[in-house]
Design a protein around this ligand. Structure first.
Ligand code: NAG
Ligand code: NAG
Ligand code: NAG
Ligand code: NAG
Ligand code: NAG
Ligand code: NAG
Ligand code: NAG
Ligand code: NAG
Length: 352
């Protein structure tokens, strides 16, 4: 990593790859990627159930970045959430019908967010409380999970009478995900830590959410500029490569970083706050050809962040090139192929 002319939070990361030529390209980028939500009913209560909800990110390279996920659904009947551990509903709604015990949330369509790190232990469960940040499967499978627990009331209290929540929505952050209806699946079986006993939950249902670039944004969110050792001309990103519709809110590059309002405070709708450039992109990837021999070529990639709202400490760059199936040397980077489509592309990630 090389910190270039921009002070924090801008950075420029640099790496080199040495590649042998001759290869075939296939245009597959994570066709099986999805996020699953698994609801495990761990116990029935007099008026409902207690469920552990587990979100698994099975996408190879798309993580859920700060400010994290937001999950919503619509109750099938008049259910309420008595309590939650490891997450919270953002709006309690109208609980005026309740006199003694007041539920955590009475809304027909609750909106739930993860707790921030450092909440008291009695409000935590395993894999919770990461501010909604979930790693991608390709980057770190052990961190590609997020969980919370909720106690549901005024609901069916047997596997015959319970009604599944409907109309799941997932912001990851910002638009992009579409979720399937919940589907009853075989109950999850857990092994005790010593591995000597199996336990089974009462009932399980799954929801699968898939990502669509078309839904996420009208415009690209990064652009590529190019240069090479044998020609001093730099081919810049195309003007308005990421659209210029909203460029009136951009921040002139000569402004003092400290004075920028909204610095390092990402928004739930993922709207960037970009430095004014001709391309108007939050991210620019520069591809500089350093060497070009018959047997191999070497490229230096620099990534520049023009978005004042995000630091991108854990990020992944996915590059597709016919030669990337034979990378022989990678400098200053962790990289891995997007298996099983080895010949198509590589995903490169920063592990700092
Ligand atoms: C979700 O992704 C996993 C892992 O790639 C895959 O095994 C599963 O079939 C996918 N589910 C759906 C419904 O696409
Ligand atoms: C339900 O989701 C879990 C991951 O959250 C997955 O392991 C399991 O295979 C899914 N079940 C079905 C039937 O899709
Ligand atoms: C409900 O539970 C009974 C046993 O208590 C089981 O036989 C049945 O398959 C379950 N039904 C569903 C939909 O899980
Ligand atoms: C599903 O949720 C979306 C967003 O919360 C809402 O606009 C829509 O009306 C809901 N649909 C149903 C059938 O509840
Ligand atoms: C460098 O590239 C530019 C733009 O592609 C081209 O017009 C120019 O002739 C090139 N110069 C040399 C020395 O190849
Ligand atoms: C916004 O984009 C237009 C081109 O569509 C350009 O003429 C204008 O200078 C840009 N404004 C800023 C502030 O960059
Ligand atoms: C960005 O980095 C700065 C300095 O390292 C830190 O204070 C800030 O909390 C970070 N912001 C986010 C959103 O990660
Ligand atoms: C990858 O590079 C090695 C080392 O030179 C070479 O022997 C091999 O044929 C190359 N494989 C492909 C698929 O190009």
């Amino acid at each position: 990593m090389d910190f270039d002319r921009f002070p924090s939070p801008f950075f420029s990361a640099v790496f080199f790859i040495l590649i042998f030529s001759h290869a075939e390209a296939y245009d597959y980028l994570d066709p099986n990627g999805n996020i699953t939500l698994k609801w495990d009913v761990i116990s029935w209560t007099p008026d409902g159930y207690v469920a552990v909800v587990t979100m698994n990110n099975f996408q190879m390279y798309r993580q859920i970045m700060s400010p994290g996920w937001t999950l919503g659904w619509t109750w099938a009947k008049k259910e309420v959430i008595w309590s939650m551990v490891g997450a919270q509903a953002t709006d309690q709604g109208d609980c005026s019908k309740f006199r003694m015990n007041v539920p955590h949330c009475c809304k027909k369509n609750p909106t739930v967010v993860d707790m921030l790190p450092g909440v008291p232990y009695n409000q935590q469960i395993a894999n919770c409380c990461k501010g909604g940040v979930v790693s991608s499967w390709g980057q770190d499978p052990s961190a590609a999970v997020s969980s919370f627990q909720l106690s549901v009331g005024r609901s069916g209290a047997t596997n015959k009478t319970v009604r599944l929540p409907k109309n799941f929505t997932l912001l990851g952050p910002g638009l992009g995900y579409t979720c399937s209806p919940a589907k009853i699946v075989p109950p999850t079986i857990f092994l005790t830590p010593d591995g000597r006993r199996k336990t089974q939950v009462m009932m399980t249902w799954n929801v699968t959410c898939t990502y669509s670039l078309m839904l996420a944004s009208r415009n690209p969110t990064c652009c590529v500029s190019m240069s090479s050792f044998y020609n001093s001309t730099i081919t810049p990103c195309r003007t308005c490569a990421c659209g210029c519709q909203n460029n009136r809110t951009c921040v002139p590059s000569d402004s003092k970083i400290q004075s920028v309002v909204g610095l390092s405070t990402p928004r739930k709708d993922n709207t960037p706050l970009v430095q004014c450039t001709k391309h108007n992109c939050p991210i620019r990837v520069h591809w500089h050809v350093k060497l070009n021999y018959k047997e191999y070529w070497r490229v230096k990639i620099s990534i520049t962040n023009f978005n004042y709202r995000l630091n991108y400490t854990q990020w992944t760059l996915v590059a597709q090139h016919p030669n990337l199936n034979n990378i022989t040397q990678v400098f200053s980077f962790a990289y891995k192929p997007l298996l099983p489509y080895i010949s198509a592309s590589k995903s490169l990630s920063n592990n700092t």
